[in-house]
Design a protein around this ligand. Structure first.
Ligand SMILES: [Zn+2]
Length: 213
């Protein structure tokens, strides 16, 4: 795409395929897709001073100070591959991080998915114990209930995909994202897109709306 700089923060709940949309959109825009987790892992992996500091908190099982998280994300998004922009994505946005990224051409994009639909997608997942493939009782069922089509191993309904865990994940997402989304919605700079569709369709709509914005 011929736009100058595309700096995006993509925020979506668990089950909304946020990573997939970020990846596809970044590909179309010719910029990297970078998650909050990627930024933190790269700081730790590269042995930077910020990574060392973060490791001290992780080893002590303490939450790192917000300034440290902001510095780590800024550093990652300031690397050469992100000079023409980035698609930064997260399920649990931190307002301080986004505020630090606010520059001209910065967009906050919300993937909108009803909790019931997110829960349907997440609680229907079944993981193969053998090959690790993820099936879904409705959208990607196996021929024989509970048996992997690919390798014949048994499927497991992971604890993380059971209703109580899913409800917790969605609760955490709303807790983090509500104040962030409210801020950008109030400022008139929030782009909301219906995420109850295939990732490619969402990507196409977003790319079109960004080109016009
Ligand atoms: Zn399998």
């Amino acid at each position: 795409m011929a736009t100058a700089v595309a700096r995006l923060a993509l925020i979506g709940p668990p089950g909304a395929e946020t990573a997939e949309v970020a990846y596809r959109l970044a590909g179309r825009l010719g910029v990297p897709s970078i998650s909050m987790v990627d930024a933190v892992q790269s700081a730790v992996r590269t042995g930077s001073a910020l990574g060392d500091e973060l490791r001290r908190f992780m080893n002590a099982e303490q939450a790192p100070p917000i300034d440290l998280v902001v510095a780590i994300v800024r550093r990652r998004l300031g690397e050469p591959d992100a000079v023409d922009g980035f698609v930064f994505w997260t399920e649990s946005p931190v307002l301080a991080v986004l505020r630090a990224l606010e520059t001209s051409g910065f967009h906050v994009v919300e993937l909108v998915l009803a909790d019931a639909e997110a829960a349907r997608r997440l609680t229907g997942r079944r993981l193969c114990r053998g090959c690790g493939r993820v099936w879904h009782v409705e959208s990607a069922p196996t021929q024989v209930d509970g048996v992997c089509d690919r390798c014949g191993s048994g499927l497991v309904h992971r604890e993380d995909d059971r209703p109580p865990a899913v409800a917790r994940q969605l609760g955490v997402h709303h807790l983090h994202s509500a104040p962030v989304l409210a801020r950008y919605r109030f400022a008139g700079s929030l782009i909301s897109v219906d995420a109850a569709r295939p990732a490619e369709e969402i990507t196409t709509e977003l790319a079109g709306r960004l080109a016009r914005s």
